[in-house]
Design a protein around this ligand. Structure first.
Ligand code: C2O
Ligand code: CU
Ligand code: CU
Length: 491
């Protein structure tokens, strides 16, 4: 199916929508409140386990009043929606995860470089009422990673309901690097998610054909599970850690006054030196860390800026001011994510952008020993024409190997994620990657063709293999996923 057929087919779904199917109305009018009426952005609660090396999480049902109208049913870890931010150090970290929801769940540590039997993928289900204990043996450079449910076929639903949280791997040396690290003060976590609500304030999870095809997007922004909050950084240099925790939406982020962001880290850790940018693209699952200078004390708004692809998709998303298949301006061209109001009373701890960081700690990539090619298929959803099958191992790699992977996507951009390994993006559609795609990564947005070099250091046997998949969670659940083992090197 080419792009044109796709549009034609999608228009059929739109007409279906017009004739009574429930479609969310797109309106990003949540900035009507003046700044002083907005509530301060809260961070997810911090669970610092750097010295203890042990933590407990309980997946539990909850009720959350996002819009101030009425509460809606949600899920969270140790709370009603999302989970605590874990700060972890290298070495042993004993995790005990209890399942108090009424369906199977799993907990996958997205971005941790650990063996397959610790990974928490679909082969490590936790039945209702049961617990899973695992010792996470961390040996990787500092990075912002995250955890989320990964039950095959239910990931989209469980993550949408709130089963996700942040993990920050720390080595205690950020001050030496010249970086702010005071959680919630000069080191802010921003979990970006879009959701739909009905007029009564109930969160709406939908599974229409269109939601599955395009991925489920929402018309209300949540930042750390909050609607319509204001971030209050110090009046100075602030560290923002961004996580795209959305099911399907790709964000291109800019500040309303086009102020710079100094990119310091991507998915798997620090860059060698900061890169100055004024927009950043994050697809589902990706993280980035930036330093932003708020010393002018001015308000500014972090905005979603459309790109060509979203123009096309945005115009199909049921918005009443959209025209089918045209790239005309809609309200979705740009909308506010969250305003920033610098707080004079908060002191910034750094006054300059560090010039460079000590090498990332991942070492050198090395030379690839072989090439594998993957095509992400839409019809049916599959990889290399094989829809995901729990019983089939798709690939076997050798521990210590470096490989060149070429990934192609059909019909629309797909965020491709690999468990248990870090990679570097060599090229995107034959060109150099964007700044936020340099450095070590575990997820990359595949438009037409991405080329990566990937290194496998951790073992995964056939009983707990690693996954590779599209991080549009509806695509993943529908079969755009494969699994691989990592075997010991035969000498
Ligand atoms: Cu973040 Cu396999 O997932
Ligand atoms: Cu993962
Ligand atoms: Cu996809």
């Amino acid at each position: 199916m080419n792009r044109r057929d796709f549009l034609t087919r999608a228009s059929t779904f739109i007409s279906a929508g017009a004739s009574g199917m429930l479609l969310p109305k797109v309106s990003f009018a949540n900035s009507a409140k003046s700044f002083k009426d907005k509530v301060k952005l809260q961070m997810p609660p911090l669970l610092d386990v750097q010295s203890k090396g042990a933590f407990e999480l309980t997946a539990q049902p909850g009720s959350t009043n996002f819009l101030g109208t009425s509460p809606t049913q949600t899920m969270g870890f140790n709370g009603s929606y999302l989970g605590p931010t874990l700060r972890l150090a290298r070495g042993s970290n004993m995790a005990r995860v209890h399942n108090s929801i009424d369906e199977i769940t799993t907990i996958h540590w997205h971005g941790l470089l650990i063996p397959g039997d610790q990974d928490g993928g679909p082969h490590q289900p936790i039945a209702p009422g049961e617990s899973w204990e695992v010792d996470l043996d961390l040996d990787q450079p500092p990075a912002t990673t995250w955890y989320h449910s990964h039950v095959h076929g239910r990931t989209s639903y469980q993550v949408y309901q709130g089963l996700a949280g942040v993990m920050q791997i720390c080595d205690g040396r950020d001050r030496d690097r010249g970086l702010p690290d005071t959680y919630g003060v000069d080191d802010l976590m921003l979990v970006l998610q879009d959701r739909n609500f009905d007029s009564a304030g109930h969160m709406l999870f939908t599974e229409s054909m269109m939601d599955t095809m395009h991925g489920l997007t929402g018309s209300t922004m949540l930042v750390n599970g909050q609607v319509d909050a204001v971030a209050t950084p110090p009046k100075g240099l602030t560290r923002l850690r961004l996580l795209n925790g959305s099911n399907a939406r790709v964000y291109t982020l800019i500040f309303s006054d086009r102020r710079n962001m100094h990119l310091i880290a991507t998915d798997s850790g620090y860059l060698e030196k900061p890169i100055t940018i004024d927009e950043i693209r994050l697809s589902p699952g990706e993280r980035a860390e930036v330093l932003v200078d708020f010393s002018d004390g001015n308000r500014t708004v972090l905005m979603y800026k459309n790109n060509a692809h979203d123009d096309m998709m945005g115009s199909m998303s049921g918005s009443d001011h959209s025209m089918m298949g045209s790239a005309q301006a809609t309200k979705e061209d740009a909308f506010p994510i969250i305003p920033f109001q610098p707080d004079e009373r908060v002191r910034a701890t750094i006054d300059q952008i560090p010039a460079s960081f000590d090498a990332s700690g991942h070492g050198e990539m090395g030379q690839p020993s072989r090439t594998r090619e993957f095509t992400l298929n839409m019809e049916p959803m599959a990889i290399n024409n094989r829809p995901f099958d729990m019983e089939r191992i798709n690939e076997n790699v050798e521990q210590g190997a470096v490989e060149r992977w070429i990934i192609r996507g059909e019909e629309m951009p797909h965020p491709f994620h690999v468990h248990g390994a870090a990679f570097k993006v060599v090229s995107q559609n034959g060109k150099a990657p964007r700044p936020e795609e340099t450095g070590w990564k575990d997820t990359v947005l595949v438009e037409d063709e991405s080329e990566i070099l990937i290194r496998f250091e951790h073992l995964a046997g056939p009983e707990a293999p690693f996954m590779y998949h599209c991080h549009i969670l509806e695509h993943e659940d529908a079969g755009m996923m494969g699994q691989f083992t990592v075997s010991p090197k035969i000498i």
